[in-house]
Design a protein around this ligand. Structure first.
Ligand code: NDP
Length: 286
């Protein structure tokens, strides 16, 4: 029971978001606009195929148009860029997502740069990252946006808090830094070269682990009463684990996201929300 009280339930929160997005979809449809998300996947990476199928299914569940363009593993960069150009020019498509990683003959950066910033529902285009730094972003990387949304929906205050983020990837750590800063937190970003990681982590009112190392964060890292957000998804022998040793830290935290059913489900919910934002932007709707 105690655990349930401390858990931040990402499955429930993502469902609330999807319910809200569904209402937005209905509103747009009543104005003659059916929001559409197109996902492009190159190759047969099993985890990617699962994610992509789930994105398409969940988009359809809330009434959006959604399709997946599947390209063979050996596709060239030119072919992929050609498809992106068609999607950029297709006014019925509002959101474009190229599932990462792409095969090695394709340069990820070139592909991201080719997506129209208005349709970049992954929030990875340099224009959208630049707007994020300026505090003006409308399309923000889905996982970091999901972390902030979770805290807001759980009424966990951010302003004035000491936030420590462990991990500085372009997909999670860096965008999250800017989102927390915009919300007036005092933010520290740590990485593999950080000295005294435990000492810094122990100053955190909100500690975010986005590392990719199974159960690395133990009770030594936790300030009593901290909120812990575990972004990590690590697959070990077919089971999912976070970057946080949940059982070890539980007695010391006030709130925590479990793995699974924590941050994970938020990512697709935010992708759907971004698709609505993209559709509204493209049709000049506030
Ligand atoms: P990356 O591998 O891109 O980045 C990992 C970061 O952790 C790097 O900044 C790295 O430092 C840092 N790091 C690695 N080891 C240590 C260490 N021992 N001490 C301190 N810092 C360390 O990973 P991602 O950001 O893409 O993903 C992180 C985790 O989040 C993964 O488990 C991933 O599966 C998960 N994830 C979950 C998502 C979700 O939907 N919930 C979405 C995206 C990711 P340095 O920069 O110095 O190398």
């Amino acid at each position: 029971m105690m655990n349930d009280n401390k858990n931040i339930n990402g499955t429930d929160i993502s469902q609330q978001i999807k319910n809200d997005v569904k209402l937005d979809v209905e509103k747009l449809i009543s104005q003659g606009i059916t929001p559409k998300l197109t996902v492009v996947i190159v190759g047969e990476n099993p985890a990617s195929l699962t994610y992509v199928a789930s994105k398409e299914r969940q988009a359809k569940e809330i009434g959006m148009n959604s399709n997946v363009i599947r390209l063979p593993e050996e596709s060239s960069q030119k072919e992929l860029l050609g498809i992106i150009e068609e999607l950029n020019n297709d006014s019925t498509v509002h959101g474009i997502l190229v599932q990462l990683p792409v095969p090695k003959q394709i340069n990820e950066e070139v592909v991201i740069n080719a997506i129209s910033p208005d349709k970049d529902v992954d929030g990875l285009h340099p224009v959208n990252l630049g707007k994020l730094v300026l505090g003006e972003a409308r399309l923000v990387s889905c996982t970091p946006a999901g972390v902030i949304e979770m805290l807001d929906r759980e009424k966990i205050a951010i302003e004035g808090k000491n936030v420590v983020i462990i991990g500085r990837s372009n997909i999670v750590g860096k965008p999250l830094f800017h989102l927390f800063l915009k919300r007036n937190a005092t933010v520290t970003v740590c990485h593999s070269k950080t000295k005294d990681l435990i000492g810094i982590s122990k100053t955190a009112d909100i500690l975010v682990a986005a590392i990719g190392r199974t159960k690395m964060i133990t009770k030594e890292y936790i300030k009593l009463g901290a909120v812990v957000i575990d972004v990590g998804i690590n697959r070990v022998d077919g089971k999912l684990y976070g970057d946080v040793d949940y059982e070890d830290v539980l007695p010391f935290v006030s709130r925590i996201t479990p793995v699974p059913r924590g941050v994970g489900p938020m990512t697709i919910a935010m992708l759907l929300k971004n698709t609505i934002t993209a559709a509204k932007t493209q049709h000049n709707i506030k």
